[in-house]
Ligand binder design. Sequence first.
Ligand SMILES: C[S@@+](CC[C@H](N)C(=O)[O-])C[C@H]1O[C@@H](n2cnc3c(N)ncnc32)[C@H](O)[C@@H]1O
Length: 231
Amino acid sequence: MSFLTPRLFSLASLITEGEVVADIGTDHAYLPIYLAKDGKAKKIYATDVALKPLTVAKNNLASFGVADKVETILADGIEWTIPNNIKLDSCIIAGMGSTSILDILKKDNENIYSYIIASNTYLEPIRKWTKEKKYFVEKEIIVEDNKIIYEIIKINKFAGTKIKSKKDILFGPLLVRDEKNKLFLQKWLEEEEKLFKLLQQIPKKDKKYKETLKRKNEISKLLKRRTLINE
Ligand SMILES: C[S@@+](CC[C@H](N)C(=O)[O-])C[C@H]1O[C@@H](n2cnc3c(N)ncnc32)[C@H](O)[C@@H]1O
């Protein structure tokens, strides 16, 4: 479907046959529409905290002829799964910043088996949360969409790769192992350059200078090795 951007398509690719799925903060509902047309998911919920985007979602679902295949819910975050005892195989949270996503994740509960997350900001806070919860990383994807590079993570509560180190938190435990990934390299080269410019604007005495320098050095260390491998 042409409306499905590479980021949304990557999110959809993480859904497996027969799953019960929810798209939290669905807005336009493009992802649920794609999933409904694709027919892989057993049940699809599309939720939003605000009435206006949910109305847009309902209209789009109707226009694409899948209104009967997607249940829309006006709700804040994921708490609605508890009173209704709705079990979700995959809970998608995308298109928000990590602070908003973490706020939603505060209501994490046993009805949700896995999360598929694409943040508009850094994914590090989400990986930190995953580590603290002792959850696992099932899959990580890096994708370019409209000149922005997005990291996507599928967090599984029962099996997968553990997040062990600060390096895992920063780069992603699976992405960091993919040594030939050009997009990964591009993302961190861009970040290194951004931090380099930022360092020139912060006074050296500032606490922020030290933190930024530490982050930049961590990235530079990884990039040095990566550039050699990819030469
Ligand atoms: C930028 S849109 C993202 C749409 C889509 N998920 C995507 O990735 O393209 C963000 C949507 O999340 C909704 N939202 C923000 N906080 C939310 C929350 N706590 N619970 C449910 N929806 C929320 C907003 O109302 C908005 O429609």
